[in-house]
Design a protein around this ligand. Structure first.
Ligand code: PEP
Ligand code: MG
Length: 762
C-alpha cells in the first residue's frame, strides 16, 4: 500500500487547500477532478453524485463538459450504477467488454478503454462514484485504486457537508438505495412489528476525514488500540461475557484481530496517507468489506462480522462516542438490531418505543428472549449476516409469526402487512376477552393458568390477562436492572408492591437465580478461575447459599413484605434435598428472628422447589414430603437433559421440547407426585418454563397430567383458548399411547390429533 500512501497523500495535501478555500462546492469538485487526474496521470477523472436516487455526473476532467449534470445513471445501471448499487470497486482494462457497460454518447467516452471506479461511501451506502479512465487498455495498479478509495473517503465528507447528495431522513440513513429485502430467521417471540432499524451499538458518524496532524492521529489510534485490547482481555477473563461456548470462540477471534499487526499497520498506513484516525479505521474496514463481498464463504463471513464489531469498537473508542442506542434514547417505533443482547441490556430500553428486536444469534430460552417475551416485544433471531442486510434507519416489517422480516418494504408489502397486523390485533382482542373466563377443559377440569413476572411493571399484566396469579416471580430481575446490589429496603418495597397488586392471587417468589446468562457486574466470585460452563456453574441457590448474606437479606425482605399474608417461596436449581433444607433453614432462622422481635410475619408460608436439575427427579420420594409445591423449569431442565446449552444459538433448533425423552421424563415426575399424594403428601405440581406458553407444548403437558402452568403473560389468552377446546381424557389417552410407543415425530402427531378435532394453533 506504500505507493498508494504516497499517491493518496499527494492528492490529499492538495485537496486540503481545495477544501479550505472559500469557493463553492461545484468549484471544489471541478478542482478535485483536476487534481486527481493530474496526480494519477489519468486522462479522465469524473465524480458522480447521488441525486434523487440517480447518479449524476457532477464534475469531470476529460469527458465532454456538456455531459455534466446531463448524464445520469440509475443505481445498477452501467458501470457507474453498478459501483454505486453494489458499493463495489471496478477495475477494467476494457470497459465496453463488461456486461453492465452502457454507452453514453454525450460524454464522448468512446475513445477511452480502461476504466476504474470506486464508490463514495457514507454510512455503508454509496452516495457517489469516483472514476478514472484511460485511452490505453490497461488495468489500474492496486496503488492507484487504493489512492482513489482514500480520496473517496474525503469526498464523502465534503459532499455531505456541502449538502450535495440526497438528504438524509433525519434518522441517520440515506434514502433507500436498494429495494425490499426479505430475511429469514427463527421466531423467538411471536408478534408483528413495524418500525425503523436502530443498531444496539450504533455506527459512528465520522465528522472529519482529513488529518491536520498525522502524528497526533497516530497517537490516537495507538491509544485506542491499547484500550480496546485491554477491554477484550478483560472480557476474556470475565465470566459474564460468556453465555455459551460460541462466545468463547468469538472472543478468541476478537483477540486474534485485536492483536493482528496487519490490521494495525493498514490503519497506520491510511493515516500516513493523510486521513484522521476515524477515517483510517473506516477506510481499512471498507476495503475489507469490499474484498469479503467477493468471497462466498459462510465461515469467513462470520469472521468478517467479528472484525466489523471490533472495528466499530475501535471507532467508538477513538471518537469517544461510547454507549449503546439505549443511552442515546430511542425514537418511537424502533426495531433493535444486535448480534446478541443480555437481559439487562434489553431492559435499559424504553419499552414504549421499542417495537421489535432482530438478533443475529439468540435462542428460545435465553433470558434476553424471556425478558422480551414478558415485555411483549416480538423477536426474530438467527438471522445470518444481519448486519450486512439492514442499515440504520431502514424501515423494517418484523413478522415474528412467520419467522421473517422485510427490510425496506415496498408500498404493497406494507399494505399487506398492515392487514395482517390488524387481524393479529383482532386476535389479541379476542384473547383479551377471555380475561374473565375460567380456564376449563371441555370435560370440566379447571386448569390453573398463572403468569411469569419479574419486574413491578409486569404486574399490570395480571389484571389484563386474568391469570390465576404469578407462578414464577423472577426476583433476580430487580438485581439485573440495578447498578448495585438492591438493599433489603428496596427488595421489601418491591415484594410488598407486587403482593399489593396481586391482592388475593398467589405470587410465587423465586429466590435470586443469578449466574448463567444473568451475570451481575457487581457480584463476582473472584476466587477461582472463570467458569467454562456458567449455566452449570456457580449460580442460583449455589450462590445464595455460599453468599448467605444474599439469601438472608432476601428472606428477611420476603418475610417482612408478606407480613399478615401468604408467602410462597421457591428455590431455584435445587439439585439435592439438602440444598433445599439449607435454604429453608435460612428462612426459618429469619422467621424466628422476626418473631423474637415481635414483628408481624406471614400468616402462611408455602415452600417449593424448582425441578430443573435432573438429579432431583431421582430423589422425589425424599423431596416431596418437604414441599408444598414443585415447579418444573423446563428451560433449564431440558438443557441439562439434552446437554444442550440453552443460550447457544447453534443448538437453538436442535432438540424439540416434544421429544419422547423429555415427555417421558416429565411423565415420571407426574407419577412420583401422584404417588406421594396417595401417601398423604399433597404437592402442587406445575410447569413454569417457556414450554408451557406454547400451544402445542401446552397440549402435551396437559396430556401428561400437568394441571398448573405459569407462562409468559402474552400466552395466557392463547393457552386459555386452547384449554377450552380440549377434552383432557382424550389427550391423556393419546399421550399414554405415544409415550408407550413413541412415533417418529411426536410434534406432528400432536398437531394432527388437534386438527382432527378442529383445534387450531396460532
Ligand atoms: C426454567 O429454567 O425453566 C425457569 C423457569 O427458570 P429461568 O428461565 O429463569 O432459568
Ligand atoms: Mg431456570
Amino acid at each position: 500500500m506504500t505507493g498508494g500512501v504516497t499517491a493518496a497523500r499527494t492528492i490529499l495535501t492538495r485537496l486540503h487547500e481545495v477544501m479550505a478555500s472559500r469557493s463553492n462546492a461545484q468549484a471544489k469538485l471541478n478542482t478535485t477532478v483536476e487534481v486527481i487526474a493530474e496526480c494519477l496521470d489519468s486522462e479522465v477523472c469524473s465524480i458522480y453524485l447521488l441525486r434523487e436516487a440517480m447518479l449524476e455526473l457532477y464534475a469531470t476532467h476529460g469527458l465532454a463538459q456538456e455531459a455534466v449534470h446531463v448524464t445520469r445513471m440509475a443505481l445498477g445501471e452501467g458501470l457507474v450504477g453498478t459501483i454505486g448499487g453494489e458499493v463495489a470497486t471496478l477495475n477494467l482494462a476494457e470497459a465496453a467488454a463488461h456486461p453492465d457497460f452502457s454507452y453514453r454518447p454525450e460524454t464522448g467516452e468512446e475513445k477511452f478503454h480502461s476504466f476504474a471506479g470506486v464508490p463514495i461511501v457514507r454510512r455503508e451506502r454509496a452516495v457517489g462514484v469516483l472514476c478514472v479512465q484511460h485511452v490505453e487498455p490497461r488495468r489500474y495498479e492496486e496503488v492507484e485504486i487504493e489512492a482513489l478509495q482514500t480520496v473517496a473517503m474525503v469526498l464523502a465528507e465534503m459532499i455531505t457537508n456541502a449538502g450535495l447528495v440526497d438528504e438524509e431522513d433525519g434518522f441517520g440513513a440515506a434514502a433507500a438505495q436498494t429495494g425490499p429485502l426479505p430475511v429469514k430467521g427463527l421466531t423467538l417471540v411471536k408478534g408483528l412489528a413495524s418500525g425503523h432499524a436502530v443498531y444496539h451499538q450504533p455506527r459512528i458518524t465520522i465528522e472529519h476525514t482529513m488529518a491536520e496532524d498525522v502524528e497526533a492521529e497516530r497517537q490516537r489510534v495507538y491509544l485506542a488500540f491499547d484500550k480496546m485490547r485491554a477491554q477484550i482481555d478483560r472480557m476474556a477473563r470475565e465470566v459474564e461475557f460468556g453465555v455459551g461456548g460460541e462466545h468463547e470462540e468469538v472472543l478468541e477471534t476478537y483477540k486474534m484481530f485485536a492483536y493482528d499487526e496487519g490490521w494495525a499497520r493498514r490503519i497506520n498506513e491510511a493515516i500516513d496517507s493523510g486521513l484522521t484516525a476515524e477515517a483510517a479505521i473506516e477506510r481499512v474496514q471498507q476495503r475489507t468489506r469490499m474484498r469479503m463481498r467477493q468471497i462466498d464463504d459462510a465461515l469467513l463471513a462470520d469472521r468478517m462480522h467479528d472484525l466489523e464489531d471490533l472495528s466499530n469498537r475501535l471507532l467508538r473508542t477513538v471518537s469517544g462516542q461510547l454507549g449503546t442506542a439505549a443511552s442515546k434514547g430511542l425514537r418511537a417505533d424502533s426495531i433493535l438490531i444486535a448480534r446478541n443482547l443480555g437481559p439487562a441490556e434489553l431492559l435499559e430500553y424504553d419499552k414504549r418505543r421499542l417495537k421489535g428486536v432482530i438478533l443475529e444469534d439468540g435462542s428460545l430460552t435465553a433470558h434476553v428472549v424471556i425478558v422480551a417475551r414478558a415485555m411483549g416485544i416480538p423477536v426474530l433471531g438467527r438471522v445470518r449476516g444481519l448486519r450486512g442486510l439492514i442499515h440504520e434507519g431502514d424501515h423494517v416489517l418484523l413478522d415474528g409469526d412467520q419467522a421473517s422480516a422485510i427490510v425496506r418494504p415496498a408500498a404493497a408489502m406494507i399494505e399487506a402487512f398492515e392487514a395482517r397486523f390488524a387481524k393479529s390485533r383482532e386476535r389479541q382482542a379476542a384473547y383479551a376477552a377471555l380475561r374473565d373466563v375460567e380456564p376449563c377443559t371441555r370435560d370440566g377440569h379447571r386448569i390453573t393458568v398463572m403468569m411469569n413476572a419479574g419486574l413491578r411493571e409486569d404486574m399490570t399484566n395480571l389484571a389484563l390477562t386474568g391469570a390465576d396469579g404469578v407462578g414464577l416471580f423472577r426476583t433476580e430481575f430487580q438485581f439485573l436492572v440495578s447498578a448495585t446490589l438492591p438493599s433489603r429496603e428496596r427488595q421489601t418495597r418491591l415484594y410488598r408492591e407486587v403482593l399489593d397488586v396481586a391482592g388475593n392471587r398467589p405470587v410465587v417468589f423465586r429466590t435470586v437465580d443469578i449466574g448463567g446468562d444473568k451475570q451481575l457486574p457487581y457480584l463476582r466470585h473472584d476466587d477461582g478461575p472463570a467458569e467454562e460452563n456458567p449455566a452449570m456453574g456457580w449460580r442460583a441457590l449455589r450462590v445464595a447459599l455460599e453468599r448467605d448474606g444474599l439469601l438472608k437479606v432476601q428472606a428477611r425482605a420476603l418475610l417482612e413484605a408478606a407480613a399478615g399474608r401468604t408467602l410462597h417461596v421457591m428455590f431455584p436449581m435445587v439439585a439435592e434435598p439438602w440444598e433445599f433444607d439449607a435454604a429453608r433453614a435460612m428462612f426459618d432462622s429469619q422467621l424466628a428472628f422476626l418473631k423474637q422481635r415481635r414483628k408481624m410475619v406471614p400468616e402462611v408460608i408455602r415452600y417449593g422447589a424448582m425441578l430443573e436439575v435432573p438429579a432431583l427427579a431421582e430423589m422425589l420420594d425424599v423431596m416431596l414430603p418437604r414441599l408444598q409445591f414443585l415447579s418444573i423449569g423446563t428451560n433449564d431442565l431440558t438443557q441439562f437433559l439434552f446437554a444442550a446449552d440453552r443460550a447457544n444459538p447453534k443448538l437453538a433448533e436442535r432438540y424439540d421440547w416434544l421429544s419422547p425423552a423429555i415427555l417421558r421424563f416429565l411423565a415420571r415426575v407426574v407419577g412420583a407426585v401422584a404417588r406421594a399424594r396417595t401417601q398423604g403428601h399433597s404437592v402442587d405440581l406445575g410447569v413454569c418454563g417457556e414450554m408451557g406458553g406454547r400451544q402445542v407444548e401446552a397440549l402435551a403437558l396437559l396430556g401428561l397430567g400437568i394441571r398448573r402452568l405459569s407462562i409468559t403473560p402474552a400466552a395466557v389468552g392463547p393457552i386459555k383458548a386452547l384449554i377450552s377446546k380440549i377434552d383432557l381424557g382424550e389427550i391423556e389417552a393419546a399421550m399414554a399411547g405415544w409415550l408407550a410407543t413413541p412415533p417418529d415425530d411426536l410434534r406432528s402427531e400432536l398437531v394432527a390429533w388437534a386438527h382432527a378435532r378442529h383445534i387450531a394453533f396460532d
